[in-house]
Design a protein around this ligand. Structure first.
Ligand code: ADP
Length: 183
């Protein structure tokens, strides 16, 4: 099963993608986590992207796509995966389509919450890039670059929308129910 989680920053994609991946026995692949690991271990990629992450801008597609396509060749992806944070713009969709095929995703889970909830959660979370400026930039980048992908995947018949507000366990259960209904 290949599932993509889409949603604004702060909506809880990472938390839910991890939980659903664990329940399904497939890896959760988060570009944000991968970049943060590179920054933390000061690899050459990490040094190149640290400032971009801090400002909440998108890492250039060439770097992101290369890192992801390499990850998707790892043997643990054989039975599928949960993608979290990639693709995040149209060029990345095309890169993914080229690598796994236009119809290779089985579902796209869209998590939803209001901008007020998103801002509140991120500022409370306090990750290094959760400053007021970066948060507001990431919300803009999401609206401009990533939200349009929902329409594209809806046209492919893949979208499953789930309310991202409430109890973590209940949201996981809603996602699982929605996916079961989709297949
Ligand atoms: P959030 O969804 O809260 O912004 P993520 O962990 O998904 O958090 O992403 C953190 C940062 O990593 C982004 O602001 C961006 O700089 C970078 N990033 C993650 N995924 C991508 C991607 N697909 N393309 C470009 N940059 C990315």
């Amino acid at each position: 099963m290949r599932i993509l989680f889409l949603g604004a920053p702060g909506v809880g994609k990472g938390t839910q993608a991890e939980r659903v991946g664990e329940a399904m026995g497939i890896p959760h692949i988060s570009t944000g986590e991968m970049f943060r690991r590179h920054v933390g271990s000061r690899t050459s990629l990490g040094l190149r992207v640290a400032e971009i992450l801090a400002q909440g801008d998108l890492v250039p597609d060439v770097l992101t796509v290369e890192m992801m396509l390499e990850r998707l060749r790892d043997p643990d992806t054989i039975n599928g995966y949960i993608l979290d944070g990639f693709p995040r713009n149209l060029a990345q969709v095309h890169a993914l389509d080229g690598a796994i095929g236009d119809y290779a995703l089985d579902a796209v889970v869209v998590l939803e919450a209001s901008n007020e909830v998103l801002k509140e959660r991120m500022l409370a979370r306090g990750r290094a890039d959760d400053t007021e400026e970066s948060v507001s930039n990431r919300l803009d980048v999401y609206e401009r670059e990533t939200a349009p992908l929902i329409h594209l995947y809806r046209e492919r018949g893949l979208v499953v929308s789930v309310d991202g507000v409430g109890d973590v366990e209940k949201i996981t259960a809603s996602i699982q129910t929605a996916l079961a209904g989709h297949f």
